[in-house]
Design a protein around this ligand. Structure first.
Ligand code: ADP
Ligand code: MG
Length: 700
């Protein structure tokens, strides 16, 4: 077997997918399980025993001795609690895994954040298998574990995880789409949200990482003067991938392929030592689970290559941060609804979806912003190197023109003189590449999907995608409701809609666009003018996490999630509490870490430098040689003043840490950093206690 065929046959080898199902289960059970998976229904309890038995054998054939329910608690990472298959029966060891063990688990939930939902006297949490995300094998040096992707709930059924609301939001969007598509005369079909999550990350040599307590404890550098060469030359983006990194990437991809994750694209990113991995898109909940595994795999494989993978949104000041571009679309009956299409019927559906999405984003920009809020992303959003904190929609010139004409009801299809009526006169068939490349928009139409770029590199896709599904479900539902009221739909067969239907649709979309077009912005989002213009348009701009999270306590937002069955008010409020608390804790950890580094590492180095300078100056003066003493004196003054400033900065940060204002901690940290970074340029390189940016940022 060649390497190439091996890689291909290895694809999905560690996933309990179709092939394993057919090999390890009886024909009848395999068929029932497949149907369960396709329809996204709960597992039929009557087959659970056999499925569990089959999965165990499959897993043991792959070296697994343990199993775990694998879930996404509110910490933002993944959780596992391993149990062995081994059980003693009448004193004899046997290997066992029951249907019940497969379907539900009861991990003690008391140490996971619940935002008050799970009171301590009822600390039990329940994990329940999500059969649409297949079981998989996680390997370690000397063994393997069977992982069963699950949702995690409290005794009351309230969600304690990031997966449950996502699944509910997918159902909400499914209901809305079915309602709409029926009006277009389409028969009931499977709807699917799709996600392709482009993952950005940094790599750093493990040796340097170990010497940076800030990287170890917080994931980002809290100190560090800029490297003379950073990303000015723009020579890293798409550049030749260093050999060391390439072999890391190869290993990562091999691992991902085994897990059935279609890693597809890899390249250098804008910043030095920054890279990207993009998988081929998949159905949303699976893609979201897979992205969690991508992050795990990046971290694990890096270790084997003497590297550390940094998934923080802003590991280094002054160079680009990392995002996670969520490419999202919806398909109905296997057809992508965001593909402009080539006939009037498809165009009408496409335009309806487009208007619904514009409406959704404008109505709920605050929720989208909240969904990407976090201490790490605060350094990225709004900074001059990422989409601004204003949420706007980018359509590209051609589509913007089409939408503009639709809204105004002006005659003339784009660039031609016919009348633009949805479905009556065709839109120009839009070639896929018609959309311009725009890297500055937080929410960009890119040919046949939207790319939500505001999520940070470390975020779990579920949060932002739950919001997106829900707000689009609402807009689609509203438009469908209007169409139903117009009582013109649903009579015709596909492609045979009456003029009355199209007129009604056109009016509805026009009204929607008139109200919501303010959110469309096709310009450069990095320009200083844009936030001002956005303010004039009334678009929200939440500059930091606490202000962004405020969206979660608004009554109307709770009503939205409740209406679409995605989250109860209590669930939403609990999330607000959890996220705020997480933010505060992260800021405090950073603050304490900065204080420790400054007082335990930087201060002693500067002090030693100062004493050495003073001694050198005294010595020089005694020689009676006049030259050189000016430089030495000035250097003493500079370093001495720096030492004073450093001490004042440390005390200031101490003071802020004793208080309850996170913003004060952040600004004290920033001030201390400014002082320390200036001193980095004044202190002998040999003495400086932290690896420098110029060392860490270049990998060869
Ligand atoms: P870019 O130039 O932004 O890298 P790509 O064409 O490489 O664009 O696509 C980026 C991501 O978008 C990939 O993960 C790809 O699989 C995903 N993608 C493509 N089509 C869809 C779709 N219909 N739904 C969701 N994601 C999609
Ligand atoms: Mg992209």
């Amino acid at each position: 077997m060649t390497e190439e065929t091996k890689a291909a046959t290895d694809f999905g080898a560690d996933v309990f997918g179709e092939e394993a199902i057919n090999t390890y289960l009886s024909k009848d059970t395999a068929k029932k399980l497949q149907a369960t998976i396709q329809e996204g229904k709960p597992l039929d309890p009557s087959i659970a025993g056999e499925v569990a038995h089959g999965i165990r054998h499959w897993a043991m054939d792959r070296g697994a001795t343990h199993y775990t329910h694998w879930f996404l608690p509110m910490t933002g990472s993944t959780a596992e609690k391993h149990d062995s298959f081994l059980e003693l029966k009448d004193g004899e060891p046997i290997m066992q895994f029951s249907g019940k063990n497969l379907i539900v688990g009861e991990p003690d939930a008391s140490s996971f954040p619940s935002g008050g939902i799970r009171s301590t006297f009822e600390a039990r949490g329940y994990t329940a298998w999500d059969p649409t995300s297949p079981a998989f094998i996680k390997r370690h040096a000397n063994g393997a574990t069977l992982c069963i992707p699950t949702a995690f709930c409290a005794y009351t059924g309230e969600s304690l995880d990031k997966k449950t609301p996502l699944l509910r939001s997918m159902q909400a969007l499914d209901r809305s789409l079915k309602r709409l598509m029926k009006l277009f005369g389409r028969g009931e079909a499977h709807s699917a949200c799709t996600l392709g999550a482009e993952q950005e990350y940094f790599l750093v040599d493990r040796e340097y990482w170990m010497k940076r307590p800030d990287l170890v404890l917080t994931g980002r550098t809290l100190f560090g003067a800029p490297s003379a060469k950073g990303q000015q030359l723009e020579d890293h983006y798409f550049g030749t991938i260093p050999d060391r990194v390439l072999s890391f990437m190869n290993d990562v991809e091999r691992e991902l392929w085994k897990l059935g994750i279609p890693a597809k694209t890899r390249h250098n990113e804008v910043a030095p030592a920054q890279f990207e991995l993009a998988p081929q898109f998949e159905e949303l909940n699976l893609a979201s689970d897979h992205n969690m595994l991508v992050m795990d795999t990046l971290r694990n494989v890096a270790e084997k290559h003497g590297l550390k993978c940094l998934l923080h949104e802003k590991p280094y000041a002054g160079v680009n941060g990392s995002g996670k571009h969520n490419n999202w679309s919806v398909a109905y009956g296997g057809k992508n609804l965001l593909d402009p299409g080539t006939n009037p019927q498809e165009n009408a559906v496409f335009l309806t979806m487009l208007c619904a999405i514009i409406e959704a984003v404008d109505r709920h920009a605050d929720l989208l912003r909240a969904s990407v809020a976090g201490a790490g992303n605060d350094h990225r959003l709004g900074a001059n190197e990422a989409p601004p904190a204003v949420i706007s929609v980018y359509l590209g010139d051609q589509l913007a023109e089409v939408v503009d004409r639709l809204e105004r009801g002006v005659g003339g299809r784009a660039k031609k003189a016919d009348t633009l009526q949805i479905g009556v006169d065709t839109l120009p068939p839009l070639p896929k590449d018609a959309t311009d490349r725009n890297r500055t928009s937080p929410f960009a139409f890119t040919g046949n999907k939207f790319e939500f770029r505001a999520p940070g590199s470390s975020v779990c896709c579920s949060g932002p995608m739950t919001v997106l599904n829900t707000i689009v479900a609402e807009a689609v539902d509203r438009i469908a409701g209007e169409l139903e009221k117009a009582k013109v739909a649903g009579k015709a067969k596909p492609g045979e809609h009456t003029a009355a239907f199209h007129n009604a649709l056109q009016k509805i979309l026009q009204a929607s666009l008139r109200e919501h077009k303010r959110v469309v912005f096709n310009g450069n989002g990095y320009e200083a003018e844009w936030p001002k213009e956005a303010a004039k348009r009334g678009l929200p701009n939440a500059p930091d996490t606490p202000s962004a999270l405020a969206a979660l306590v608004k009554k109307e937002n709770a009503a939205l999630f409740e209406k679409y069955g995605v989250m109860t008010r209590r669930e939403l409020l609990s999330r607000h509490e959890i996220f705020l608390e997480e933010y505060a804790k992260r800021v405090r950890i950073e603050g304490a870490c900065a204080r420790d580094i400054a007082s335990e590492m930087i201060f002693p180095a500067v002090k030693a430098e100062y004493l050495e300078s003073v001694a050198a100056f005294e010595k020089a003066e005694k020689t009676g040689i006049s030259s050189g003493t000016t430089a030495l004196r000035e250097s003493c003054v500079e370093v001495g003043a720096g030492l004073d400033a450093l001490r004042a900065g440390i005390l200031d940060l101490e003071h802020a840490l004793a208080g309850s204002d996170e913003a004060a901690i952040l600004s004290s940290m920033q001030a201390l950093r400014t002082t320390a970074d200036a001193l980095e340029k004044r202190v002998s390189g040999k003495r400086w206690p932290l690896p420098k940016y110029r060392d860490m940022l270049f990998l060869y």
